[in-house]
Design a protein around this ligand. Structure first.
Ligand code: APR
Length: 254
């Protein structure tokens, strides 16, 4: 601990991390907000401006695949310009210290991996992966597709491709969901960061962890569904909070 007064919530979270035997993180769009990636339901969230059923659903894609690809290519351009922020880096540092065992994320932006996190369970897929609607082939996109490439076609069979993300009305990847609940069962501490928790089944994971005996730390500038069951509500933006936490733990920011 560096020798200056540690803000109370930072100190409390450090104490909980020190006492934990199996800490995990559960993250949502809010952890990437400080990297400039728009959330879905905040004041200028994506669902305030666009209709999810048109852009993030199988029927919307069927109706207008080009429009859906244009929207994802726009989001990919924003994410390509984004950088991980202190919250992403803190989770990666806590993992390399052996304190954090996994990050379960609803995000598709890949910023946890870019910050150095190794064990990342992506419940809703990854915007940088495409999937063929016919042969199932998956491949990584190194950069956002250009306008003339849209709608993207499978390099193997030429059929229509789609973003390899989970849309409304679709099941989550079975293995990711199973692993997430296994981690939630093992956890004795869950850092719930930047999520409204309104989307299921992902939103139930912190509740399940709590029922399995874990303590919850809920890091969010706004109230959310976890307020009443959290052991500690940190009413702060994730990036400044984790910048203070890393400074207090003497962890250098990359
Ligand atoms: N730091 C921490 N939390 C923040 C920050 C910040 N800087 N800025 C906003 N938040 C919080 C908001 O208060 C809100 O509770 O992040 C949360 C974002 O909520 P949503 O926009 O609903 O995002 P998320 O919870 O990830 O949504 C879950 O819904 O549409 C689907 O697939 C999509 O994965 C997404 C899922």
């Amino acid at each position: 601990m560096v020798g200056f007064p540690v803000p109370s919530s930072v100190g409390a979270v450090i104490e909980l991390l020190k006492k934990s035997r199996y800490a995990i993180a559960f993250t949502g769009a809010g952890i990437s907000a400080d990297s400039g990636v728009p959330t879905f339901r905040g004041p200028n969230g994506l669902w305030r401006r666009y209709k999810p059923e048109e852009l993030a659903s199988p029927w919307g894609f069927q109706r207008n695949p080009r429009l859906v690809w244009e929207w994802y290519a726009w989001r990919m351009r924003i994410i390509a310009r984004a950088r991980p922020n202190p919250a992403h880096y803190a989770l990666a540092a806590l993992e390399s210290m052996g304190v954090l065992k996994a990050v379960i994320t609803q995000n598709v932006d890949g910023l946890h991996q870019r910050a150095g996190s190794k064990r990342v369970i992506e419940l809703h897929g990854n915007i940088w992966r495409a999937r063929c609607t016919r042969c199932g082939h998956k491949w990584l996109l190194k950069e956002p597709p250009s306008e003339d490439e849209l709608p993207l076609r499978c390099p193997r069979c030429g059929a229509l491709a789609r973003p390899d993300v989970v849309w409304f009305g679709e099941p989550l990847p079975e293995r990711a969901l199973r692993e997430a609940f296994e981690e939630a069962e093992k956890a004795d501490l869950v850092l719930v960061i930047g999520t409204s928790g309104v989307v299921e089944p992902a939103g139930s994971i912190p509740v399940y962890a709590k029922r399995s005996g874990a303590k919850l730390v809920n890091i969010n500038p706004e109230p959310n569904r976890y307020d009443d069951i959290a052991d500690l509500n940190v009413r702060e933006r994730a990036a400044p909070f984790f910048r203070k936490l890393m400074a207090s733990m003497g962890i250098a920011m990359p």
